[in-house]
Design a binder for this molecule. Structure first.
Ligand code: DGP
Length: 114
């Protein structure tokens, strides 16, 4: 998608603080962090929202979660705890329409999230 911000970060057209990349995804630090660790794990494949996921995407989704697990270990937030968040549609806070998994860690989180 030529006008998609995260496609441009994935392709390298727009710079980001990349912490992981492989054939399936790119992970980079959020420009507006909500916690000391705030990383976005983004598939290379352009999928606008979780609503467009298909059965064939299940391995990709699992892969993103495992990448988040590894980054949590690398950032040493895995033992104190971290939160993984998917926002789907504007009503849930989605502002970039290319799916991404938020990894948040390094502080206490409340539940329910509000
Ligand atoms: P969401 O609101 O769930 O769609 O999350 C989008 C996130 O993307 C938000 O936390 C801020 C982040 N973001 C927006 N623009 C940029 C950018 O240009 N670079 C980086 N690194 N993050 C961005």
């Amino acid at each position: 998608m030529s006008d998609c911000l995260f496609c441009k970060i994935v392709s390298g057209e727009i710079p980001a603080d990349i912490v992981h990349q492989d054939k399936d995804c790119v992970a980079f630090r959020d420009i507006n962090p909500q916690s000391p660790t705030h990383v976005l794990i983004v598939p290379r494949k352009h999928i606008p929202t979780l609503n467009e996921l298909e059965a064939d995407d299940a391995p990709l989704v699992g892969r993103l979660v495992l990448v988040a697990q590894k980054i949590a270990q690398d950032d040493e937030v895995d033992q104190d705890g971290y939160r993984l968040v998917w926002n789907c549609q504007e009503g849930a806070g989605q502002s970039v329409f290319h799916i991404h998994l938020h990894l948040l860690g390094g502080r206490k989180f409340t539940w329910p999230p509000g």
